[in-house]
Design a protein around this ligand. Structure first.
Ligand SMILES: Cc1ncc(COP(=O)(O)O)c(C=O)c1O
Length: 429
C-alpha cells in the first residue's frame, strides 16, 4: 500500500481505508519524504512506533482498563498503532467513531462515553455495534438510553447495559476544562447512581479532570469526591473511570512523569477501600501527541511573521486561541547557512481570517525564507482531526514515518528527559 495518502483531510472518519494491517517495515523518514515530494500542502506525519510505545507504557503502568479516547485522533494508522500497543478498549463519542473502530477491530470493547447522544446513535451502537456501556449526566439521558435499548423491537436484546454517571469536577487548572459543559453535581450524581443501579449490568462513575492537567493531585481530589458520592448513594459501583487529561511535554512545559499521576490515582483509590470496583482511564493526548507532526511550507515572510499553509482552521487550532507552543524545526528549500542565528517567529495561517494567527513564539533559524518547510511536532493529539475546509484549505497529505518524536515526553521516554530533539537538514533547492 502507498505510504502517502493525498486527500482532503476534512471529516477524516469518512475516507476509505484498508482494513489490513500496515506493513511496519522500513517506513521512510520525514526529511527524505520532503526531499523527494517537496510537499506544497500540509503533510501530516504519523509515527506509529511512538504511539505504540506510549500506549504500551500506559497499559502496563495503569492498574485497570485503558480506553483510548478516539476523538483525539481517529486516523486509522493511529488507531492501529494504539491497538499494536495493547489497547483493546475505545472511548467513542459519536456513532461515526463507533462504526470506525468496529470496522477496524471486530473484537474491540467500545464504550459510548458522550453524555449527550442522539436516540438513533444509541440504538445503532447497541444493536449494530455491540456497544454496552453508555455515559449520562441527567435523568433524561438515562431515560433515553433505557428506551432506545429496550424498545419493543429489540426485546431479544435483553442484556443489561453498563451505565456510567459523569460527575462534574471543580476546575483543576487543566489547560482545557471539561466540567463546564458536562457532568452532574454531587447531589444529582448520587441520585443518578441510585436510579441507575437497578437498570445496570455494570454501574460506573466517570469524571474528567480536564485536558493537559499538570497536577497529579487533581486526580486524588476527584477520586475522593467520587468516594463521597458512592458512599452517599449507598450502592455498589463496579467501575471508577478516571478519564483522560494526562499531560505531555511542550516546549518549556515539562509535566511530571506518568508514574506520578498513576501513583496518586492508585493511592487515592486504595483509600476508598472498594475491593469490587475496577479502575478505568480514558487517555487521548498521552497516547498519541508525540506520534504526530505536520510539515508546513512558508509562503511569505513579513518581518518575523511567516505565512504558512496550515493554521487555526486546519490542524493548528491549539496554537491559536489556546496559545500552545509546539516544537518546530526548519527543513530548508534554500541554500544552507549553517551559522544562521535563531530568532523568534509567529505564524499566519492560510485563510483570510485575522484570527488565523499563532503567536508562538516559535524559534527557527533567522534566515528562514519562502519555500522552506517547517515541521511542527507534538501534534498527534487534537491536530489533523480538527481540520476544516474554511476558505478551501482542506487538502493535506498523510504519511507514516519512522522518525522519533520531536519532543520526548517525560515518563514515556525517560532517557530523553523531556528535552527537545532538534535537527535541521538541507535539501538541494
Ligand atoms: C470524555 C472524555 N474522555 C477522554 C478525553 C481525552 O482527554 P485527553 O486527551 O486530555 O486525555 C476527553 C477529551 O475531551 C473526553 O472528553
Amino acid at each position: 500500500m502507498s505510504l502517502i495518502i493525498n486527500r482532503a483531510a476534512v471529516a477524516p472518519l469518512h475516507h476509505h481505508f484498508s482494513l489490513s494491517a500496515e506493513d511496519a517495515v522500513s517506513l521512510p523518514d520525514v526529511n527524505s519524504i520532503v526531499t523527494s515530494m517537496r510537499p506544497q500542502e500540509p503533510m501530516h506525519c504519523v509515527r506509529p512506533a511512538t504511539i505504540s510505545a506510549a500506549s504500551q507504557a500506559f497499559v502496563q503502568a495503569f492498574s485497570g482498563d485503558v480506553l483510548y479516547a478516539v476523538k483525539c485522533n481517529p486516523e486509522p494508522a493511529v488507531l492501529r498503532a494504539v491497538w499494536a500497543g495493547g489497547v483493546r478498549h475505545f472511548d467513542c463519542a459519536s456513532i461515526a467513531e463507533v462504526t470506525l473502530v468496529r470496522r477496524l477491530f471486530p473484537g474491540a470493547e467500545i464504550h459510548f462515553m458522550h453524555p449527550v447522544k442522539s436516540r438513533a446513535a444509541i440504538r445503532e451502537a447497541w444493536v449494530m455495534n455491540g456497544v454496552r456501556d453508555f455515559v449520562f449526566d441527567t435523568p433524561c439521558e438515562l431515560d433515553k438510553i433505557m428506551a432506545e435499548i429496550h424498545g419493543p423491537e429489540f426485546t431479544a436484546l435483553d442484556s443489561k447495559p453498563g451505565l456510567f454517571v459523569r460527575l462534574a469536577l471543580p476546575h483543576s487548572g487543566a489547560a482545557i476544562d471539561l466540567s463546564t459543559k458536562f457532568g452532574a453535581d454531587v447531589d444529582l450524581a448520587i441520585e443518578l447512581l441510585h436510579t441507575a443501579r437497578g437498570h445496570a449490568g455494570k454501574l460506573g462513575l466517570a469524571f474528567h479532570v480536564g485536558s493537559q492537567c499538570m497536577d497529579p493531585l487533581a486526580w486524588r481530589e476527584a477520586i475522593e469526591l467520587a468516594g463521597v458520592v458512592i458512599a452517599k448513594a449507598g450502592v455498589d459501583v463496579d467501575v471508577i473511570d478516571v478519564g483522560g487529561g494526562f499531560p505531555v511535554a511542550y516546549p518549556e512545559i515539562d509535566p511530571p512523569p506518568l508514574g506520578a499521576f498513576l501513583a496518586e490515582i492508585d493511592a487515592a483509590f486504595d483509600r476508598l477501600n472498594l475491593p469490587n470496583t475496577r479502575l478505568w482511564a480514558e487517555p487521548g493526548r498521552a497516547l498519541v501527541a508525540g506520534g504526530g507532526s505536520v510539515v508546513v511550507q512558508v509562503q511569505l515572510r513579513k518581518a518575523n511573521m511567516l505565512y504558512v499553509n496550515d493554521g487555526v482552521f486546519g490542524s493548528l487550532s491549539d496554537a491559536g486561541a489556546l496559545g500552545f507552543r509546539f516544537p518546530v524545526r526548519m527543513i530548508r528549500a534554500s541554500a544552507v547557512n549553517e551559522g544562521a542565528p535563531m530568532a523568534a517567529f509567529g505564524f499566519f495561517g492560510p485563510t483570510c481570517d485575522s484570527s488565523d494567527v499563532m503567536h508562538g513564539p516559535f524559534t527557527l533559524p533567522d534566515d528562514v525564507a519562502e519555500g522552506d518547510w517547517i515541521e511542527i511536532g507534538q501534534l498527534g493529539a487534537y491536530g489533523s482531526c480538527l481540520r476544516t475546509s474554511f476558505n478551501g484549505f482542506d487538502r493535506a497529505a498523510l504519511v507514516e514515518v519512522s522518525d522519533r518524536p520531536m519532543l520526548e515526553t517525560a515518563g514515556y521516554e525517560a532517557e530523553q528527559g523531556g528535552k527537545p530533539v532538534v535537527s535541521a537538514f538541507a535539501t538541494a533547492a
